[in-house]
Design a protein around this ligand. Structure first.
Ligand code: HEC
Length: 161
């Protein structure tokens, strides 16, 4: 008799427990379910920007297959032609200029005024360096869409090591 009562009490508890825990369980699963898509889209945007930036740098065409332009016709149509595929630069170019090393150590670590994304965008589009000085005119003044400018600058800042 005593055992039965305990069993009944336990059953009652487990039912009560089942009822009261189900809203919790569903709200937990809702928040878990809503997190991955947000993470995925942020990661996807970054991956998309880097893929576009890499194509521009290495091939001179963006992710839509559109060739990049400069204000004056550039000596070479892609960044890698002057700065090398790994960004290490050091190529002697007509007119006596040597292409810059674009790797992180050179653009950021060793600089008194390190390049930021905004400063890189300025250098790429208007040939003004991180100290506010004009770069050698062999470095083209690129006329890129806002997206392409952002993407190639992001690629340079984060992928060339
Ligand atoms: C025709 C050759 C050429 C091409 C193509 C070229 N660059 Fe350059 N770039 C140079 C040269 C040369 C310099 C160094 C100029 C100087 O020392 O004043 C330079 C400098 C730079 C700098 C400044 C680095 C510093 O140390 O201040 C950045 C950033 C840069 N280039 C990015 C790019 C990107 C991104 C592309 C492609 C969208 C590109 N360049 C395409 C020749 C080129």
């Amino acid at each position: 008799m005593k055992v039965r009562l305990v069993l009944v009490a336990l059953m009652g508890l487990s039912i009560a427990c089942g009822c009261s825990s189900s809203p919790n369980a569903s709200s937990t699963s809702t928040s878990v379910a809503s997190t991955p898509p947000m993470v995925t889209s942020a990661t996807g945007a970054m991956a998309g920007a880097l893929a576009d930036g890499r194509l521009i740098f290495q091939t001179g065409k963006d992710v839509d297959g559109v060739a990049i332009n400069a204000k004056k016709p550039p000596l070479y149509p892609k960044c890698a032609a002057c700065h090398r595929a790994d960004g290490s630069g050091g190529m002697k170019l007509p007119g006596g200029a040597t292409s810059a090393d674009l790797r992180y150590k050179s653009l950021v670590t060793k600089q008194k005024h390190p390049y930021t994304l905004a400063l890189l965008e300025r250098a790429i589009s208007s040939g003004i360096d991180n100290d506010g000085k004009p770069l050698d005119p062999v470095m083209p003044h690129w006329a890129l869409s806002k997206r392409d400018l952002h993407d190639v600058a992001t690629y340079v800042l984060t992928q060339l090591k």
